[in-house]
Design a protein around this ligand. Structure first.
Ligand SMILES: [Zn+2]
Length: 106
């Protein structure tokens, strides 16, 4: 499971779909902070936030930057075909492991 959020935590993004199978596991292990860049389709991400918190700006005719209106964090870019590129954190396959403190970094 992958998640992303902005600095103020108002915008929460979850990535679903088939990206996990497509991902190179070596990429995961090379990132100590568990963050990585994913390319997926807009339909595979769900955004949880108040409608006014989400801002969009047109970078190019076929590319849109989506950001948080409250803290200005850049969330992801989207092209005209609906492909998005975003930086996410990997939370593993077992969501429950988050609640076991011994695995958390200080
Ligand atoms: Zn924010």
């Amino acid at each position: 499971m992958y998640r992303s959020s902005c600095s103020c935590q108002e915008v929460q993004i979850k990535v679903s779909g088939c990206c996990e199978q497509a991902l190179d596991l070596e990429t995961l292990s090379c990132n100590d902070d568990q963050s990585l860049t994913l390319t997926t389709h807009r339909r595979n991400i769900s955004i949880d936030c108040a409608a006014h918190a989400l801002g969009e700006i047109q970078l190019h005719p076929n590319q849109t930057q989506v950001f948080c209106n409250l803290c200005s964090t850049q969330l992801f870019t989207q092209n005209a075909g609906g492909e998005v590129e975003l930086t996410v954190k990997y939370y593993g396959h077992d969501v429950l492991s988050e609640h076991h403190g011994q695995f958390n970094l200080p």
